[in-house]
Structure formats: C-alpha cells, structure tokens
Design a protein around this ligand. Structure first.
Ligand code: 13P
Length: 234
C-alpha cells in the first residue's frame, strides 16, 4: 500500500505564492499519495491546477444558509473538494468545538460523500488508553462503517510545537488505536500520524507498521521544506 501524506497548510501561504507552490508540488517526483488541504480562499486555485486531490481544513455541519462566514459540506462538494479535516485540536482548543460538534461535522461530511480525515489525540498528562477510546466513541457516534474515514492520530502536545513523541511511543499508541478500532468495527483503520513531522524525522515515522502515512502541518506550506520531507522518503 502506498504511503499517504496529508498537507495541512493551516493559515500558511500568501496569494502570490500559490501558483509557484502548486507548480513545484506537481513536479516533485514521489510515489506517495498526497492530499492537499489549503486555506479555503485558495481551494479553487488548487482544485484547478494541482495534480493532487484537495481537502478542506474545516466545514460547517448545518445546511441552513444563515451561518455567515462558514462553508457547508455541499458547497465544498460542488467545488470538487474530496476530503475534509475534522476534529483538529486547533479547532477543538481555539474554536471550542466539543465532541458533539465534531461528531455532527463528521456525519455531515460523510453525508456529502466527502472523505473525513478525523484528527484526535491525547493531552500530555492524559492516559491514552483511557482518553482515546472515549474520544473516538464520541466522535464516531452513529458511524457504522469506518471504511471511508482516514484517522489521524495527533497528540495534542506535538502539534505545532516541534516536540515529537518517542518513535516507540507513536508505535505503541497507534497499535493500540488500530486494535481498538479493529475490534469495534472489524476493519483495520487507515491511520496516520501528525504532529511535528519534518525532514529530520519523517523516515522513522513513516516506517512504523501501524500507520499508513503522516499529516504535515506548518512545514507543508513551505515548498522548500516540503520537498526536503518528500525526498527523505524516496
Ligand atoms: P505541525 O506539523 O505544524 O506540528 O502540525 C501538525 C498538524 O496540526 C497536522 O494537522
């Protein structure tokens, strides 16, 4: 199975960098699958010119037009967006998205035939064995089939901090998550790791058996850094 790179640009990149970035990305030689999640304002530019599938970083779960500033799943679908991040820790911690909201978003994404990339992780002092099953159960309420979900294990303390958990720890937790989801849904999950991935550590992370790829945050909107990361995995 090919490894998968999800690029979460967050608020990275200015408009005059967009087409240069896309051209460079299209020309990087790699066997990996890539999904690009740019800022909403650049979605159309990426959809029109990028060779890789495009994801949104966020959606609103209601169809009601009265949600100024938000974007619905059907609007994203009508544009050609195929994936959407959901449950990202930055949305949970800074925009107060609770478990019910994450679940509603996930259900509305699935409903619109968009593939969810469900992010979740534990805090630094939390016991992952206790926290992660509870979080996953809440996020996946009413979900019967996990075949179309990409799971992204992103420990909260590793996001945007440069603090990478020990490789054995990532292995241990992702094996636990995989086992938990498999016992519940009788299907091996498509599981990624995200948090402080860069060119110095990608090789060690991507070779962990229990994950199928990685999510790259801050470094992914810098084409020079991204090329370095991708070249490490050749
Ligand atoms: P960083 O790679 O910047 O740590 O961010 C990870 C992340 O949030 C991926 O979704």
């Amino acid at each position: 199975m090919k490894k998968l790179l999800v690029l979460n640009h967050k608020m990275g990149m200015l408009y005059d960098e967009v087409y240069y970035y896309i051209d460079k990305l299209n020309n990087i030689d790699t066997d990996m699958d890539i999904i690009v999640c740019p800022s909403n304002i650049y979605l159309e530019a990426f959809l029109e010119t990028c060779d890789y599938p495009i994801g949104s970083q966020n959606v609103h779960y209601e169809m009601d037009i009265n949600n100024t500033g938000e974007i619905s799943t059907i609007q994203l679908k009508s544009l050609g967006v195929e994936y959407s991040l959901v449950g990202h820790y930055e949305r949970v911690s800074k925009f107060h998205e609770n478990e019910k909201i994450v679940n509603e978003k996930l259900l509305s994404i699935v409903d619109a035939n968009i593939f969810p990339i469900l992010c979740f992780g534990e805090g630094e002092s939390e016991d992952y064995r206790e926290v992660l099953p509870k979080k996953l159960d809440a996020y996946l309420k009413e979900v019967e089939n996990i075949e179309f979900i990409i799971f992204a294990y992103e420990p909260e303390y590793a996001i945007g901090t440069g603090i990478l958990p020990n490789i054995n720890r990532i292995k241990e937790v992702t094996e636990f998550i995989s086992g938990y989801l498999e016992s519940k849904y009788h299907k091996k999950p498509n599981l990624l790791y995200g948090g402080s991935v860069d060119s110095s550590n990608i090789k060690d992370i991507i070779n962990i058996d229990s994950i199928n790829g990685v999510v790259i945050g801050e470094e992914s909107s810098n084409i020079v850094e991204l090329e370095k990361i991708i070249n490490e995995v050749k």
